[in-house]
Write a protein that binds this ligand. Structure first.
Ligand code: GTP
Ligand code: MG
Length: 202
């Protein structure tokens, strides 16, 4: 599936103010700085559609981008970033949680994980929370240009083993490098398949 059109629609902190229209929505979540906004730019082929930064905590709002006039990519703030103080952190947590729990259009959440690190408690607990709330999600291991292919496979394998301690089966798993523009086709194909299955359900 090619993305022929990608446009910013609206930013906000209130799930009730997200756009109407009932289009399927694919949102990106994960720790601050993991590469959510960069991945949206890579998938759409627009360098600065979503704002990125070397410093964590760049995205503070729910950002909707309409794709091909028929579905949304949604950039969310990251979790786990401490600098804004307790109140700021609490605020971001509320924005993320309200969006995930209340947004009916949310079709799939992509949980981004830095492929260089071993499984982190904060990510494992977040995915556990998604499971408890029956939120469909897939994992994307990011920044694969920063490690060797062998190391990447080892890390993914280790992650799978860790998750299978608590989960009966694994969610879909993808890898990406926004730097090298790798992994986008598989993610877009997955989105396309889900979009098609939604249409045939109607
Ligand atoms: P917040 O909005 O703060 O939660 O961060 P984010 O997850 O949106 O991360 P963002 O896309 O802003 O990227 C953070 C930093 O990582 C930037 O300096 C990016 O250039 C860099 N980065 C993102 N993806 C990749 C990647 O695939 N490879 C490499 N090498 N760097 C990346
Ligand atoms: Mg961001």
């Amino acid at each position: 599936m090619g993305i022929t059109k990608a446009e910013f629609v609206i930013s906000n902190t209130d799930v009730k103010k997200c756009p109407d229209g009932n289009f399927p929505e694919y949102a990106f979540i994960g720790r601050s700085n993991v590469g959510k906004s960069s991945l949206i730019n890579m998938l759409t082929g627009r360098k600065q559609l979503a704002k990125t930064s070397q410093k964590p905590g760049k995205t503070q709002l729910i950002n909707h981008f309409i794709i091909n006039d028929e579905w949304y990519l949604v950039d969310l703030p990251g979790y786990g970033y401490a600098q804004k103080g307790k109140e700021g952190r609490e605020n971001i947590r509320r924005i993320i949680e309200d969006y995930i729990l209340e947004r009916q259009e949310l079709t799939n959440l992509f949980v981004l994980i830095d492929s260089r690190h071993e499984p982190q408690k904060i990510d494992l607990e977040f995915m556990e929370w998604l499971g408890e709330n029956s939120i469909p999600f897939a994992i994307i291991f990011t920044k694969t240009d920063k490690i060797s292919k062998g190391r990447l496979q080892e890390n993914i394998q280790f992650y799978a083993e860790k998750m299978l301690e608590g989960w009966e089966e694994l969610p879909p798993v993808f890898t990406s490098s926004s730097e090298k523009k790798e992994g986008g086709d598989e993610i877009l194909r997955y989105i396309e398949d889900v979009n098609i299955s939604l249409k045939t359900k109607d």
